[in-house]
Design a protein around this ligand. Structure first.
Ligand SMILES: [Zn+2]
Ligand SMILES: [Zn+2]
Length: 218
């Protein structure tokens, strides 16, 4: 069954992936570099040494690069047909991938958070290459975002792309905005879960998912 979210032959609908047209003119980039130089100078950096002269340029370029999840991923292409015979096995057999490491920018503080994602789904009539799950996580992580949003977007995208019997997404991450500022310096993990379909209604599937991830949580 073809899914409407797939445009003919050339990958998923940009709306499902939340893609944006990012086009910066050379004039804009020059201006941004000026803002950054002004700010860094006010914050104490000497931006006129051999080591720092290019720092505003590198900063603007670097921030643009680490948020390139808005641009899409040309290798995130196809889903494949599989067989759903409608037997109980079809509704319970999980594909689980992880740990998938990711780096993201907290949209509240524009500081990184990073960690591992685990993604599971129960196929119906479509499957996706295992490596694409990694690509999907990184597509949503490399933005200005929130941990909860990455999990929700991965779950919703898989739901839209594969129409599976269920999707499970578990993320654990360290947030530098918490660790580098303030008093609480010990490393702590923020954990988020997202369940769709059969995972939502079946606690033993969730337990199995965590066991398959090598995580003893339920
Ligand atoms: Zn933050
Ligand atoms: Zn099925």
């Amino acid at each position: 069954m073809a899914h409407s979210v797939w445009t003919d032959g050339d990958g998923p609908d940009p709306a499902v992936l939340g893609l944006q047209q990012r086009e910066l003119t050379p004039d804009q980039i020059k201006r941004f570099e000026g803002y950054v130089a002004e700010m860094f100078t006010a914050f104490g950096m000497d931006v006129d040494t051999p080591g720092t002269r290019d720092t505003p340029r590198r900063f603007v370029k670097g921030l643009f690069d680490v948020t390139n999840g808005y641009d899409g991923d040309p290798k995130l292409v196809r889903v494949f047909p599989t067989e759903c015979r409608g037997d109980p096995d079809c509704r319970l057999s999980q594909v689980v991938e992880g740990p998938i490491s990711f780096f993201a920018m907290c949209e509240h503080h524009v500081m990184p958070f990073h960690g591992q994602a685990y993604v599971g789904y129960i196929a119906h009539e479509h499957i996706i290459g295992i490596s694409k799950l990694t690509r999907l996580v990184r597509l949503f992580a490399r933005r200005f975002t929130l941990q909860e949003r990455i999990g929700r977007q991965v779950a919703d995208a898989l739901q839209a792309l594969l129409a599976p019997h269920g999707v499970a997404v578990y993320l654990e991450a360290e947030h530098l905005c918490m660790q580098m500022r303030g008093v609480n310096e010990q490393s702590s993990l923020t954990r988020t879960t997202h369940w769709r379909g059969n995972y939502d209604s079946n606690a033993s599937l969730r337990e199995e998912f965590f066991a398959a991830c090598g995580l003893k949580r339920g």
